[in-house]
Write a new protein. Structure first.
Ligand code: COA
Length: 294
């Protein structure tokens, strides 16, 4: 078994094994009675997004992207990024029939070589106990996280002012907020995030913040210098949710009570799911990380 740098022509196999591994971990770690999507092939929109994201990381972080290759077949993938002095793990998956045999350990070791020179580290973990074990043994602190998901109670939506549509011209503002909160900008990731998602910005005399938002009104990432501004941004994201759409607010550690309070007021049920794993840093707040761009 060979651990080697990932190439463009590995993307399809890496995407396929990621989908298969994700389906199993979601089904096995979901609390009893919690509905989930039916098993099936990946949707074209999921596959397209995964492919474009993998290309983005191969372009910007080629030394952070690794695959496990068994006799010419890709059986595992780890995609990691480095922004300023922050290292993050964006994807970490082993094909289900190959799990538990040490491949993940070898892949994570390779991805961690890309963290050399970084001061801090961040990973969003599923609830898979094998993933949690690997991350803790690599020196990360595990912060349990909450997922809020459901349909927004539109009667609860408050009138929010001071939030506007963002544009590429807001990139310096976003980078400045991120540096204050987590010591690192998202940098090149704004190109990707801005091309895939809507951007909301709030910039006032008392502070500033931004959020990328998907078509369902779910925040993809949200960062602000005050909790009040973060709440304004989150309400504005939820207000974009089309009638009846399923929204989700993910990866909320206990440091994000401002977001838990908004989720509850919007009628979204909470459940525990996974961990925010941090090395040499506290949970940034008020902040909702992106699973892929952290
Ligand atoms: C997480 C994952 C990438 C790890 O890869 P892997 O090849 O299975 O991992 P390894 O075999 O190298 O290591 C697994 C570790 O978990 C331990 N383990 C196995 N089953 C376990 C269980 N049920 N509970 C706790 N630990 C367990 C193993 O003993 C091993 O630890 P050790 O080497 O210190 O003894 C892989 O299991 C996977 O794809 N899981 C599903 C997707 C996922 O959740 N990915 C993480 C995304 S954040």
């Amino acid at each position: 078994m060979l651990i080697r740098p990932m190439r463009d022509d590995d993307i399809a196999a890496a995407r396929g094994l990621t989908h298969d591994a994700l389906e199993i971990v979601r089904a096995t770690t979901r609390p009893p009675g919690t509905p989930g999507p039916p098993p099936g092939p990946p949707s074209p929109s999921w596959s397209g997004l995964w492919t474009r994201r993998a290309k983005h990381f191969l372009q910007h972080d080629p030394d952070g992207c690794w695959v496990a290759d068994r006799d010419g077949e890709v059986v595992g993938v780890a995609l990691s990024l480095r922004r300023d002095k922050l290292w993050g793990l964006s994807s970490f998956f082993v094909r289900p029939d190959q799990q538990g045999a040490g491949i993940g350990t070898a892949l994570l070791d390779a991805a961690l070589t890309y963290s050399q020179g970084c001061l801090r580290g961040i990973i969003i973990s599923t609830g898979d106990p094998r993933a949690a074990r690997r991350y803790r043994l690599a020196g990360f602190t595990l912060h349990p996280t909450i997922r809020a998901s459901g349909t927004v109670d539109r009667r609860a939506l408050p009138v929010v002012d001071g939030v506007r549509e963002g544009s590429p011209g807001d990139r310096d503002l976003c980078d400045s907020v991120d540096r204050q909160l987590r010591g690192a900008a998202h940098g090149a990731d704004h190109e990707f995030l801005g091309s895939e998602f809507g951007l909301l910005v709030c910039d006032t005399l008392t502070g500033s913040g931004y959020s990328y938002v998907d078509d369902a009104g779910s925040p993809v990432v949200l960062a602000a210098t005050t909790r009040k501004i973060a709440q304004r941004l989150l309400w504005s994201a939820l207000a974009r949710s089309p009638e009846g759409a399923q929204v989700h607010i993910d990866f909320l550690s206990a440091a994000q009570e401002w977001a838990v309070d908004v989720a509850l007021a919007a009628g979204l049920p909470l459940r525990p799911e996974g961990y925010l794993c941090l090395r040499h840093m506290r949970p940034p707040a008020p902040y909702i990380p992106s699973g892929a761009f952290l």
